[in-house]
Design a protein. Structure first.
Ligand code: FAD
Length: 338
């Protein structure tokens, strides 16, 4: 069912994900992206904060660029469950009619965005890597890899509102804090009691063993098929340890069973945005590039001067990784006194 009166829908919203009283980095990144979209549309940017005891986070939402914050603070929302969060966000959208709603492409964001978009009967573009807007048509330009990552598709939601998108963490920069920036707070009731919800959270068990937080790493030393075997990741580990970095990998290395899938960077792995990304024996297939090409500095080590990774690299070392990597590690150790 298409929305008849598109003009009724105004404003850009960012759903604020949080845990332990802290706003998730992806929500801060989206406030930055949302601000740009709102400015181009000459409209307001709002954060949407759902949870229990969320009051303390409101100033941070303003400091990252919001003009308004919609708040539903209710003990029922203490931990994420699909039904009460969908209920809360759906009702807010129905009442205040934003034209754009953005969320992180996290486990929570993927669940909630799908449920809310279905209830609203509007479109949702999942896993965007770029956002822009056409101020004339007011259409959100939602770009994401398509057809196995071989092309980047820009998707439009022409006849329905709001235009909804999830965006991958770490593909957009965080906006700087603007101390003392403030705005309007709009508080609403959830209107749902614990008895109305079929699911209960009995216990939260922390995941053990997954020590890799690639999306937060500042230095990543990633290896690909060029390594030729699991044992050669040792070379990369030495370089990573020297620099205080973490390992990463291409899908080819993961599929060969050389390293666990937790380390995979790319379209079907993690999107990363470290300060320095070493791509070692990685050719730079588009599905790998979409997961790392916004890194601040990219160092490619490859024996093929025509490998696609060379085109996106800040620095390229053309040569045999088995010679280059130990020499680099040695040099860094000397420089860093390790
Ligand atoms: P290759 O492409 O084989 O490249 C190996 C490189 O090593 C070459 O450039 C070679 O010159 C170099 N080399 C070899 N020996 C040496 C040496 N001694 N010294 C220096 N250089 C050397 N891939 C991902 O990485 N992440 C993803 O999330 C991902 N998702 C995908 C999703 C879909 C739907 C599909 C279809 C594919 C996906 N892929 C993904 C796979 C991707 O298309 C490539 O196949 C993969 O990235 C290739 O990995 P690679 O660069 O390690 O291997």
């Amino acid at each position: 069912m298409a929305v008849k009166n598109l003009e009724e829908y105004q404003g850009v919203w960012v759903f604020i994900e949080h845990s332990g009283g802290e706003i998730a980095p992806v929500s801060r990144e989206l406030l930055g992206a949302g601000r740009k979209v709102a400015d181009k549309l000459k409209t307001e940017l709002a954060g949407v904060l759902l949870g229990s005891k969320v009051e303390e986070m409101i100033p941070e939402v303003f400091a990252r660029g919001a003009d308004k914050v919609y708040v539903i603070d209710d003990p029922v929302l203490e931990q994420y469950r699909t039904k009460p969060f969908t209920h809360g966000l759906f009702n807010l959208v129905q009442k205040y009619k934003p034209e754009v709603v953005l969320m992180g492409a996290t486990t929570l964001g993927r669940d909630l965005s799908g449920a809310v978009a279905t209830k609203l009967e509007t479109g949702l573009t999942a896993d965007c890597t770029e956002l822009d807007v056409d101020p004339k048509s007011r259409l959100l330009l939602q770009t994401r890899p398509a057809f196995g990552g071989n092309i980047m598709a820009t998707i439009l939601c022409r006849r329905h509102r709001p235009q909804m998108a999830t965006v991958r963490p770490r593909v957009m920069p965080e906006p700087p804090r603007q101390e003392g920036r403030t705005g309007q707070v709009i508080r609403e009731e959830l209107g749902l009691r614990e008895e109305d919800i079929e699911t209960q959270i009995v216990e939260v068990i922390e995941e053990k063993g997954k020590a890799v937080y690639l999306d937060k790493a500042e230095i990543i030393v990633a290896g690909g098929r060029g390594l030729g075997g699991a044992e050669n990741f040792k070379l990369l580990e030495e370089l990573a340890d020297t620099l205080g970095g973490t390992l990463g990998a291409s899908r080819a290395a993961v599929e060969a069973g050389w390293i666990s899938a937790d380390y995979q960077v790319g379209q079907t792995g993690t999107t990363v945005r470290p300060k320095v990304y070493f791509a070692i024996g990685i050719s730079g297939a588009i599905q790998h590039l979409v997961g790392m090409q916004t890194s601040d500095v990219i160092v490619a080590i490859n024996k093929d001067p025509d490998a696609p990774i060379i085109k996106v690299a800040t620095y390229s070392i053309i040569g045999d990784l088995f010679k280059v990597v130990p020499a680099l590690t040695q040099r860094f150790r000397e420089k860093l006194g390790k």
